[in-house]
Design a binder for this molecule. Sequence first.
Ligand SMILES: Cc1cc2nc3c(=O)[nH]c(=O)nc-3n(C[C@H](O)[C@H](O)[C@H](O)COP(=O)(O)OP(=O)(O)OC[C@H]3O[C@@H](n4cnc5c(N)ncnc54)[C@H](O)[C@@H]3O)c2cc1C
Ligand code: FES
Length: 363
Amino acid sequence: MSIYLTTFLVSLGISTALGVIIVIADKLLSNYGECTITINDDKQVVVEGGNSLMSSLFEKKYFIPSACGGKGTCGYCMVKLPDEDIPLLPTEEIVMAEKDVNAGWRLACQIKVKKNMSVWMPEEYFMIKEFHCRVAKTETIAADIKEIELEMIEPDSIEFKAGQYIQVMVPSVGETVYRSYSISSHPGNCKSLFLNIKLEDKGIGSTYLHKLKVGDTVNISGPYGDFLLTGSNRQAVFVAGGVGLAPINSILHQIFQDNIDRKCLVYFKVKLEEEFYYLEQLSQWKEKYANFSYKLVVSDIPETESFDSGERARITKVLEDDFQKISESEFYLCGAPKMINGIMEYFDKKGIPSDRVFYDKFE
Ligand SMILES: Cc1cc2nc3c(=O)[nH]c(=O)nc-3n(C[C@H](O)[C@H](O)[C@H](O)COP(=O)(O)OP(=O)(O)OC[C@H]3O[C@@H](n4cnc5c(N)ncnc54)[C@H](O)[C@@H]3O)c2cc1C
Ligand code: FES
């Protein structure tokens, strides 16, 4: 046997042996056994160690807000760990505001349960429940957008506020993944809720929801979120990007059904005209209520196609053109992070105070 072949075989043997040792060591070291999590000093759950704090709590039906499904990018899943001294993780450093870090908040999706631990979470999280639902209706309402009605089965009703969202438990390969969807219907109907779902190419959650048929069952948790109408009497300007109309639609229902006396203007922005939906509803409201108006905006329509029912421009250009009319308003923005970040930058330049701007980013 040549010296080269012998050297190669010995190296291969050593690296294989090292690989096996690492795998065994990892298994042994990651075997944390059963761990007790004490919640807000007065509740205890026992979980199998080794998983994230968020998924461990979800498994025991303690729900925490999340927009990114545990990927560590939204920063919503904040809890406090009163007795722990775990150094801040690089993922947390990127996402969390300094003031939250200083106040002792941690991201539950990034913390691994390795031993008994204590966690503190805001009382309102305990209001979040799991619901077993049945699909009562599913209908295509625009290109790649379905309206889905979920009827509550167990419990048989849900209390939520206009502007809030739920998380759908999506069965995926060997695990459950969580995706957030805003409720588009009025809280007055607590027996069912409506969702507006945009199909994303190869998207796990949106594909699952688009494939559902009437009669199928779905598990959700909620309600979550604080994208809510304030009590101010300033003009409310809503900017909806695509399915970002969902929570805004719910808030508009609240305004009209509760006779809230407030001037409202909606900018409904899509890339292509076929993505508009609920236009009949918007038009009826405009006819009926003198304090309501809306503007349709398309950003990517080809110049060769005609579009005369609204503006063909970037949303910030349209806001700039209307600035005199809207500068003293409260703003409610909902849709893709890119659109919201662009508008926030624009508002910053225009000196709009951040306490008059509310947003829900569909991360
Ligand atoms: C508070 C909140 C409210 C929301 N409300 C709504 C709502 O009302 N309606 C709505 O439609 N959405 C809403 N969203 C967005 C929603 O939660 C999901 O992010 C969205 O549906 C995409 O999830 P998904 O599982 O389908 O895609 P994911 O599986 O998470 O994929 C994300 C992206 O990666 C791409 N991708 C995934 N796998 C592959 C692959 N193998 N190859 C190439 N590309 C890939 C997909 O195209 C997709 O664009 C909301 C989000 C938040 C945070
Ligand atoms: S769930 Fe999004 S950062 Fe934790």
